[in-house]
Design a protein around this ligand. Structure first.
Ligand code: IPE
Ligand code: IPE
Ligand code: MG
Length: 230
């Protein structure tokens, strides 16, 4: 990238609009999710090639169980299938995988795949790719509080509270991007997003390109972050 100063350390993305992308083409919603996977692969490569250290992708929320059984099952199977055939490419690119969310609440077959892929990439030193599956910001905070109570930890402050979140040890996202024109966080990274720069685009996730991604990164470089100062 031209101006190394402006490269964000952590980028998080709410990958939205797969269903509408399919609907527009008269296809079942599931085809939108398949098309979305292609965008994921492109964006992971772009992030990795451009020196971004952390990329967090919102794949399935704690609220997404409200969808039809067919769609939910399709998504859970798709995650397992894609991870299996994508793993070698991730390793070739030195990408370290981490799954964030209420993983215990996922079916056994998927948990096994997540565990295996996380393990297989644990020594990788390149991009850290967080995939948020069965993720909810509120659940994450509640789980952190429960653990703090259980372990009877007394000296809790704003910094070390982060150590009890799924993203422990990682910097907060510099940028949060949401595709598909919706302007909300939908329970994503509620604690971590307090000073994130927000970017919204009307582009549906399957249509999101490397060019648009890089344009957002460039735009980020022009924003003046103040963190409450002057
Ligand atoms: C985002 O696309 C993917 C997931 C939430 C799994 P959607 O499926 O929400 O697509 P729209 O919002 O219905 O278009
Ligand atoms: C947010 O998208 C969750 C993911 C992208 C995984 P949703 O499509 O579920 O969000 P809402 O329902 O429009 O707020
Ligand atoms: Mg949506």
């Amino acid at each position: 990238m031209k101006d190394a100063k402006s490269v964000p350390v952590h980028v998080a993305i709410i990958m939205d609009g797969n269903g509408r992308w399919a609907q527009k083409r008269g296809l079942p919603r599931t085809e939108g999710h398949r098309a979305g996977v292609k965008t994921v692969k492109k964006i992971v490569k772009t992030a990795s090639d451009n020196g971004i250290k952390y990329l967090t992708l919102y794949a399935f929320s704690t609220e997404n169980w409200k969808r039809s059984k067919e769609e939910v099952n399709f998504l859970l199977n798709l995650f397992a299938e894609v991870l299996k055939d994508y793993l070698n490419e991730l390793r070739d690119n030195n990408v370290k995988l981490k799954f964030i969310g209420d993983i215990q609440g996922l079916p056994y077959f998927l948990r096994k795949v997540l565990e295996y892929s996380e393990n297989a990439t644990k020594k990788d030193t390149g991009l850290v790719l967080n995939i948020a599956i069965n993720y909810g910001g509120r659940r994450e905070i509640v789980q952190a509080v429960k653990r703090i109570c259980r372990e009877k930890i007394r000296d809790i402050n704003e910094e070390n509270f982060s150590d009890y979140l799924y993203t422990a040890g990682q910097p907060d996202p510099d940028i949060i991007i949401r595709t598909s024109g919706e302007m909300r966080l939908s329970n994503f990274l509620l604690y971590q997003s307090s000073y994130s720069e927000l970017f919204f685009t009307d582009t549906l996730w399957p249509d999101f390109t490397e060019e648009e991604f890089l344009k957002i990164i460039e735009e980020f470089g022009k924003r003046k972050r103040k963190f409450g100062g002057v």
